[in-house]
Write a new protein. Structure first.
Length: 762
């Protein structure tokens, strides 16, 4: 084969294989409204999504009960007897509310009482999210799958409990309420939970268990899902993020394992006013349905008492093959095997003069330079981009609508660097010698992964494939392109999804991980790529394509109606000194917020109230503050009483949506109760933390609460009450105009609120 044709064929094959692995992760077809009644229909499920996410429906909102009634009606149409469970619930983070769960049960033929639970939540994020993906998609997938399941006339062996929890977005309160108080909780043996952290992309299956995952993974493979997207690494990464789901509650409170399914692409829509039906990727909805169809058929008919195990499995997915899994106990042996193969290959290669010690050492130079320059490109490059586009900081989750263009651009820059470095060394180091450096480095990475991220132990697979390729080069000087490509294809298919997904899930500040993974992928595939003809031309092409994607990202960098700028504004009235302030979490003011902060001054770090985080997901503090006219905002009626060392606080919400209790001093708590229920241990833990927030009550039905604090300490508690109402635009005194279409409420923080601050006096 001519050198030019060989180079073109390799580049084309790698490009097509990379595209295909991403495309193949989700169902290809979207089933329509005319789909057979016994089959899941994506568009039938989408009708439920549209009905549920017409408006924000956060807990305590006016629309919240309407959505609950809709879901109850849909379940009753399926012939189910529906009940609700409603009571006060306090989360581990100190979020108090009154969730109302929607619950139904299908009796199984075995009459053992063992139950499979289908789980999702029906409340949207506070306060402006429409909740189409998070989690109307989960509710819709369950309702449509149940309809198809019952149409088939299937009678399951196990009971099936359907639970749509409430208050998930404010602290997993509904799941905790069910786990602690519902009589059916003891029957649950496995939970299938459906979630979302974006509005598109493949749905990842993640295991939640207090034990080993081996039996769960074996059973999941037996269910034969059509498009399994799962890896043992994902749960390790998931636990590093500030996220928990309802599945976590069932694992912690009931020792019940879960499989939860969530898609995370288009992360910029997460918890925003853009989480609307039109933005939901229907392929993602179809993916949820495909999981549930196979899982429901499987888990409703097997013994659910055999899912716990002392052993772990390593698992990952590949196109055509599906889920690959093997016992984790093999991982150290595979690593030792790779080490033995390396020593044997070097010994044999040097003895037969197929390898050279000098060239092996030379091979470390370009690969080290590649790793260093790749990490630097990603880290420094993103800092430069933030300097040029500081408004990207307004995306608190760290991923912008043009983020995919940046991921591709940085990966192409690494390709460019690789080609330039290895072009210089091409005539100095042959392929077999050049492969030793990436093999040794990846062997060290595998050792670190096995110790600290054991779920990533399947990274040994690309290492073994590269070792095999290396042996081919030692024994056969010119192996065919097709042999090399087939051997290296799994390496490409394993790494490409992570090259894309890490910056999506962790934020674009982690694009250096994309760069490093790209560098390792190129290094491990050097047997295929290293002999390429005209590397300078390929480097130039990669650079020009990268430049093109940077230009596309630039053209899409501004805010508009489709991708509005997230901004924030609240009015805070301090009734202790009768002063009021405009507050904002925005670093950069815009035409809508700027008039409120002319000549604004930064908050004092010592100002406890000014820096209150108000349950912010990422711990954000106010960035703007400006004193303004004071208006009396009476949101909560308060009465207090002191009896010796016992402090009583009665709170009666008037117009408040959220009532938060903050500490002003470090006092001791010997007893703490809310409405007569003891929460002493929880509050003692809260007091030990740096956070000044003790409690946030998300108001439902204007229900009052009574707090009782007992302290034997002579120091009187210094407490502040901060009441918030999402009524910024309705307050006639403030006369705040609605946002223009190119702006939207900033998610994850208190927003569009009138806030009242009062010191609690006894």
């Amino acid at each position: 084969m001519k050198k030019g044709a060989y180079s073109f064929l390799i580049v084309l094959s790698i490009g097509l294989a990379s595209w295909y692995v991403l495309f193949s992760l989700q169902p290809y077809n979207i089933s329509n409204l005319n789909e057979k009644p016994q089959n899941f229909s994506t568009l039938r499920a989408f009708e439920h999504v549209k009905a549920i996410s017409q408006k924000p429906h956060y807990i305590g909102s006016d629309n919240h009960s309407n959505i609950r009634n809709y879901i109850i009606d849909e379940l009753e149409k399926l012939g189910l007897t529906v009940q609700t469970q409603k009571a006060f619930s306090l989360s581990q983070s100190g979020s108090l509310t009154v969730p109302e769960n929607i619950i139904a049960r299908i009796k199984g033929s075995d009459n053992k009482g063992d139950a499979l639970m289908l789980l999702s939540h029906y409340d949207s994020a506070v306060h402006s999210s429409y909740g189409a993906s998070d989690a109307a998609s989960g509710v819709a997938a369950i309702i449509e799958t149940l309809r198809a399941f019952k149409t088939k006339g299937n009678l399951p062996k196990n009971d099936i409990i359907i639970c749509f929890t409430d208050g998930e977005e404010v602290g997993l309160n509904g799941a905790r309420l069910f786990a602690k108080q519902h009589p059916w909780a003891k029957d649950v043996k496995l939970v299938l939970n459906f979630e979302a952290r974006g509005s598109g992309g493949p749905s990842n299956m993640i295991v939640e268990t207090n034990y080993g995952n081996q039996n769960l993974i074996n059973s999941f493979a037996d269910a034969k899902p059509g498009f399994p997207v799962a890896s043992s690494l994902m749960y390790n990464v998931y636990k590093l993020l500030p996220n928990n789901t309802d599945s976590t509650v069932f694992r912690e409170e009931l020792d019940v394992p879960s499989l939860f399914f969530a898609f995370i692409d288009d992360h910029f829509d997460y918890h925003t006013a853009n989480d609307i039906p039109e933005r939901l990727d229907k392929r993602s909805l179809a993916h949820q349905g495909s999981y549930l169809e196979s899982a429901l058929q499987h888990y409703s008919n097997i013994d659910l008492n055999n899912l716990k195990s002392e052993n772990n499995s390593v698992y990952f997915n590949l196109p055509f093959i599906g889920l690959v899994h093997y016992p984790y106990s093999l991982s150290p042996y595979l690593l030792v095997l790779s080490l033995l193969l390396l020593f044997a290959g070097i010994f044999y290669g040097i003895k037969k003069k197929k390898l050279s010690r000098k060239e092996i050492f030379k091979g470390f130079i370009p690969f080290l330079l590649l790793l260093i320059s790749s990490a630097g490109l990603g880290y420094v490059g993103w800092e430069i981009i933030l300097y040029l586009y500081p408004h990207y900081n307004e995306y608190l989750n760290g991923f912008t609508p043009n983020g995919y263009e940046y991921i591709i651009a940085f990966a192409l820059l690494v390709v460019c660097v690789y080609m330039l470095l290895y072009n210089y060394y091409f005539r100095k180091i042959n392929t077999a010698n050049a492969l030793v450096a990436p093999i040794i480095f990846w062997m060290l990475i595998n050792l670190i992964v096995i110790i600290y991220l054991p779920g990533g132990a399947f990274f040994i697979v690309p290492l073994l494939l590269t070792l095999f390729t290396w042996f081919v080069f030692i024994f056969y000087r010119r192996p065919s392109f097709f042999i090399l490509f087939l051997i290296q294809l799994p390496t490409l298919w394993i790494f490409v999804p992570y090259i894309k997904s890490f910056p999506v899930g962790l934020g674009l500040s982690s694009v250096y991980i994309t760069c490093l993974l790209t560098a390792f992928t190129l290094g491990l595939m050097s047997a295929l790529i290293y002999p390429l003809y005209k590397k300078k031309a390929i480097a130039l092409s990669a650079f020009l394509f990268a430049l093109g994607f940077f230009i596309v990202a630039h053209l899409n960098s501004n805010f508009n109606k489709e991708n509005p700028k997230p901004n924030s504004l609240i009015y805070m009235a301090n009734h202790n000194n009768e002063k009021a302030y405009w507050k904002s979490y925005d670093k950069i003011l815009d035409e809508w917020t700027k008039p409120y902060f002319e000549q604004s001054e930064s908050n004092s770090p010592q100002d406890t109230i000014a820096n209150a985080t108000f349950d912010s997901k990422y711990g954000n503090l106010f960035k703007q503050s400006k004193e303004t006219d004071f208006y009396d905002i009476n949101l909560t009626e308060t009465s207090t009483e002191k009896r010796a060392n016992r402090y009583l606080i009665s709170l009666n919400p008037l117009k408040a949506h959220r009532i938060s209790l903050f500490k002003g001093n470090q006092f001791q708590v010997d007893s703490f109760s809310i409405n007569g229920k003891d929460y002493t241990k929880l509050m003692q833990k809260k007091l030990k933390k740096r956070s000044s927030r003790l409690l946030s009550y998300y108001v439902v039905d204007q229900l009052p609460i009574k707090i009782e604090i007992l302290t034997q300490q002579n120091l009187q508690p210094e407490l502040f009450l901060i009441s918030s109402s999402y009524s910024l635009f309705e307050n006639e005194d403030l006369n705040v105009k609605r946002r223009p279409p190119k702006y939207m409420p900033k998610p994850f923080v208190l927003n569009d609120a009138c806030v009242s601050v009062r010191e609690i006096s006894f």
